[in-house]
Ligand binder design. Structure first.
Ligand code: HEC
Length: 131
């Protein structure tokens, strides 16, 4: 009996990992759902403590962010981590970013999360309009 225990533990780990992978792919599918721009604009108020569309603040300005290389606003002082991340901001990378910036880019200086997938999709839809 005792010998079986570590094995059971391994099965539990594998199952847990499976759950995590499933959760991650659901999140990225959600990002391709069409977000609600008007709702996104309202939710963006939560970003405005640090960001605006047209001006750098605590965070970089957001105009044109969708399609832009991460860390590429010339006159904003990014963390080295984000600057060298090699990310391009699209629906999928923004969804992962807003889910947990530090998980996507360890060492970033943005600490703000949106837990609800639909809210993330709505905010991303709004950002897409800010060309
Ligand atoms: C408490 C402050 C704060 C809040 C609130 C905040 N951010 Fe940020 N954000 C930052 C900082 C600081 C950075 C720069 C991160 C770095 O250099 O590592 C950043 C960077 C970003 C970037 C990367 C932009 C680029 O040019 O590469 C995006 C996209 C972003 N934030 C989106 C959002 C959105 C959308 C919200 C609201 C849902 C939000 N942030 C809320 C502080 C914040």
């Amino acid at each position: 009996m005792k010998r079986d225990r570590p094995r059971n533990g391994l099965v539990a780990c594998a199952l847990l990992a499976g759950t995590c992978i499933a959760a991650a792919s659901i999140a990225s599918v959600n990002a391709t759902f069409s977000g609600d721009v008007a709702r996104g604009q309202a939710l963006y108020k939560g970003c405005e403590g640090c960001h605006s569309i047209n001006d750098n603040d605590i965070g970089p300005r957001h105009r044109g962010v969708v399609g832009r290389r991460a860390g590429s606003v010339e006159d904003y002082a990014y963390s080295a981590a984000l600057k060298s991340s090699g990310l391009i901001w699209d629906e999928a990378t923004l969804d992962r970013w807003l889910t947990n910036p530090s998980a996507l880019v360890p060492g970033t200086k943005m600490f703000f999360k949106i837990d609800d997938p639909q809210s993330r999709a709505d905010i991303i839809a709004y950002l897409k309009e800010q060309k």
